[in-house]
Design a protein. Structure first.
Length: 306
């Protein structure tokens, strides 16, 4: 989970009309070891709003965070050293929740998220995912998923959108330029639409532009998680535990996953959904089938034999 206010404001303006086959595999898998993006965030968090750094819950989270960081030393160093991050618990949150503010390297849990985790592995699953949002600096508007930034059409549209945004901001400051602002906003929306369609095409899946952040946080978070020696099955059990899916949803999904493992490539894929988080079944399927059984089976195998 992640604060997407700025992303949603921009991206929900449009929805794509393109249809993609649901059988195709996700064409984008993260590159093992590529766990950061952009210039490192300088400086420690301005404030760590922990109620009390000495509480048992915070101590437990920090211990897990240190284990993840030590096993992923290439990532968690310098500006991303664990001493530079805030890992805390917000006692005022009543929902099952964990939130990240990548710009201030802060990850906050609700007390109930800690309570539903059945063991350290399950808690580390959520923590790894949130830490991936920090290391990947998921900041919202202006970001492109890994392959889109290499796509000339996408890069061109992104540069033009960014220029338009500056122009709109300039006109807004002047005042009384509503007509021009309206016209430029229309152009901006068109560009955004074409960028979103490009992302969906690159990922080979409808609505990928809505949830590629969360896909990437799962992929990179799961890499942190397995490198720290946590058990993969608990990443999946925590996904289900923190979701609102029914037992039937779960059982149906297990069948899809089993079929895909038995007949790679020809089995049906679950729906990605049209939310900021892909559906729980999509996330479980993507990790277990795409990431762990295909894309990164050999890297994970090497870890197992150490
Ligand atoms: Zn997330």
């Amino acid at each position: 989970m992640f604060n997407y206010a700025s992303v949603i404001a921009v991206l929900l303006v449009v929805s794509t009309a393109c249809a993609f086959p649901t059988r195709s595999g996700s064409q984008v898998k993260h590159i093992w070891g590529e766990t950061t993006r952009g210039a490192p965030l300088a400086g420690a968090p301005a404030q760590c709003p922990n109620s009390d750094p000495q509480t048992q819950q915070v101590t437990r989270l920090r211990q897990l965070a240190n284990r993840i960081a030590q096993s992923n030393g290439d990532t968690f160093q310098g500006a991303l050293d664990m001493s530079q991050m805030c890992i805390g618990v917000n006692a005022a949150w009543s929902n099952i929740d964990a939130r990240t503010q990548p710009e201030v390297k802060t990850v906050m849990f609700s007390p109930s998220m800690l309570m539903i985790a059945q063991n350290d592995d399950e808690l580390a699953a959520v923590l790894s995912h949130e830490l991936a949002h920090v290391t990947l600096q998921h900041a919202g508007f202006g970001e492109a998923p890994p392959r889109a930034s290499l796509d000339p059409d996408f890069a061109d549209a992104q540069a033009r959108a960014s220029a338009l945004q500056s122009e709109i901001a300039k006109l807004a400051k002047m005042g009384g330029r509503d007509k021009e602002i309206f016209a430029l906003s229309e152009q901006f929306a068109q560009l955004q639409k074409s960028m979103n369609e490009r992302i969906d095409a690159i990922y080979g899946e409808k609505n990928a532009h809505l949830s590629w952040f969360e896909q990437e946080a799962d992929e990179v978070g799961a890499e942190f998680f397995v490198k720290a020696g946590f058990k993969k099955e608990f990443y999946l059990s925590m996904l289900w535990r923190s979701s609102t899916a029914s037992v039937e949803d779960y059982q149906k999904c297990q069948k899809l996953i089993e079929a895909a493992l038995q007949q790679p490539g020809s089995a049906a894929r679950p729906e990605r959904g049209n939310k900021v988080h892909p559906t729980t079944c999509w996330r479980a399927f993507h990790l277990k089938v795409d990431e762990w059984s295909h894309a990164h089976a050999s890297e994970i195998g090497t870890l197992g034999s150490r």
